[in-house]
Design a protein around this ligand. Structure first.
Ligand code: NAP
Length: 465
């Protein structure tokens, strides 16, 4: 085959991969077409990698094979983690993606300088790409460490911190500008990389609590943009498109999550959310709650005509979704109308509850989004909360001093009766007390979500089994 014909074939493969990447993003936006979207994304990635491997410019396959084996050895166990560990796993993936983008940018710089052909424009591209890649690498590692609880989850803040962070970022950008003026100044390049790495640490350490998943999504967006910039450096169109898709979808997701928590970007980035609130524990100790047994809970549920189940992170940890399905079946059989109220940030990642409930084959049309279910709440007999906490906290509506004030919640407190399944009085991800538990209409059902729901199901079936 002539070199021109080979190049044409490679271009066709890249165009097909680009189209499939775009379709994958589109199809992933609906649960009906999501599986098709995953498949399209996989085929696109395989096409892009396969075409790159067939590039005649590639001469040494030995290193490619070694790195493929090493990458697979790390990637396969990472892909098999438990669903609740997906946010930290995602952060690690961003760290690796950003590291590879930064390393390729660094290699391009040194090869270019050696050959004496780095133009100012290319230097600008490389500089920006390496800065974003480096800060995303360290930022993502810190984020993964926080979510895995290897590092303190709380925000670490000090006086003048925003000023220090902005100064470090400005230093990295100034070094990049100096390199654009004189790309042959090789002394400045490693300093710029180091400063960008330090900025990544400074960027994420002051963030914590409920803002972490938003930060992960933002880091995803940075990793995507650095890959897109790398596409310009390497003159790879498919990398530009895939990086831009990744970058913009991560950015849009961050905006959606900020909206769901009623927080602005600046607030997430500089607000130090999730610090321990003084007095919360003391306040919780002094107040009393009413608790009930599985038998009592089953009696109330069986007598209701409408129930809204609000799942949260605790249902995911307990892997209670299949028991919840059994509860849904038992109640529906008794003629009770059961719906699920889904908060957009319930759990630890967007769509967490939808995925778990779909896994248990709960009919998708029973899953109702927060805005819609809230209008049903005053007419609902029982709101049954399973392992959710922050997303049901009425302080978000009523207490202007609460860190989650203004965050939209599922208005479970407007139902006639509220029942909450959780193991004890521990707070949720935001680390704050929940006044819902002390209402006269609230019954606490203390226990592990899977076991407690299982006991209720047995009671509903007549106490046998
Ligand atoms: P949450 O506020 O973290 O509360 C989860 C509750 O589950 C805890 O209070 C815990 O209480 C209980 N729990 C834990 N293990 C349990 C078990 N085995 N059985 C029964 N209960 C158990 O969860 P959420 O209401 O779903 O709220 C999600 C939080 O994540 C919010 O703060 C949200 O802002 C944040 N967030 C999520 C996203 C996202 O994309 N999903 C994004 C950004 C932020 P006990 O320990 O007493 O059992």
């Amino acid at each position: 085959m002539t070199p021109e014909a080979t190049q044409q074939l490679l271009d066709i493969a890249y165009i097909a991969a680009t189209v499939l990447f775009i379709l994958a993003i589109k199809w992933l936006s609906s649960p009906v077409s999501a599986k098709r979207g995953v498949l399209a994304g996989e085929i696109a990635a395989a096409l892009a990698v396969g075409a790159t491997l067939c590039n005649p410019e590639l001469v040494a396959y030995k290193w490619v094979v070694i790195t493929l084996i090493l990458g697979a050895a790390v990637g396969i166990p990472l892909g098999l983690v438990h669903m609740t560990a997906v946010p930290q796993r995602t952060a690690l993936s961003h760290a690796f993606g950003a590291l590879s983008a930064a390393l390729i940018g660094i290699a391009e710089f040194y090869v270019g300088v050696q050959q004496g052909n780095v133009t100012r424009f290319q230097m600008g591209e490389i500089g920006l790409e390496v800065i974003i890649g480096s800060l995303t690498f360290t930022g993502s590692l810190i984020a993964a460490g926080k979510l895995q609880e290897i590092l303190p989850q709380r925000p670490i803040v000090y006086r003048g911190q925003n000023l220090v962070s902005l100064s470090v970022l400005s230093a990295a950008l100034l070094l990049a500008i100096a390199l654009v003026v004189n790309p042959a100044n090789t002394v400045l390049f490693p300093i710029m990389v180091m400063v960008a790495l330090v900025f990544g640490v400074l960027l994420v350490t002051p963030i914590g609590g409920a803002d972490m998943p938003t930060v992960i999504s933002l880091l995803n967006s940075y990793a995507g943009f650095s890959a897109a910039l790398l596409g310009f450096v390497l003159n790879s169109k498919v990398l530009v498109v895939a990086g831009a898709l990744d970058g913009s979808s991560g950015f849009i997701l961050s905006v959606i999550m900020c909206k769901a928590m009623n927080r602005s970007f600046t607030n997430v980035m500089f607000g130090a959310f999730g610090q321990v609130q003084a007095g919360t524990a003391a306040a919780a100790e002094q107040r009393t709650v009413r608790s009930a047994s599985p038998e009592e809970a089953a009696g109330i549920l069986a007598a209701a005509s409408s129930i809204v189940i609000v799942p949260g992170y605790g249902m995911a940890v307990a892997q209670a979704q299949h028991k919840v399905r059994e509860l849904y079946d038992a109640l529906t059989k008794k003629g009770v109308t059961v719906k699920f109220g889904i908060h957009p940030v319930a759990g630890r990642m967007p769509g967490h509850m939808n995925v778990l409930l779909a896994e248990a084959d709960i009919p998708y049309e029973r899953l109702v989004e927060m805005e819609e279910i809230n209008s049903d709440m005053p007419q609902t007999d029982v709101a049954l909360i399973i392992g959710a906490n922050d997303v049901t906290n009425p302080a978000a509506r009523t207490d202007a001093a609460s860190p989650i004030y203004g965050m939209p919640i599922v208005d479970v407190d407007k139902a006639h009766t509220v029942m909450v399944i959780k193991r004890g009085m521990s707070p949720g991800f935001a680390g704050i007390d929940n006044p819902l538990y002390y209402l006269d209409k609230t019954l606490m059902l203390f226990g592990d979500a899977k076991q407690f729901v299982g006991s209720i199901v047995r009671e509903l079936a007549g106490g046998h089994g």
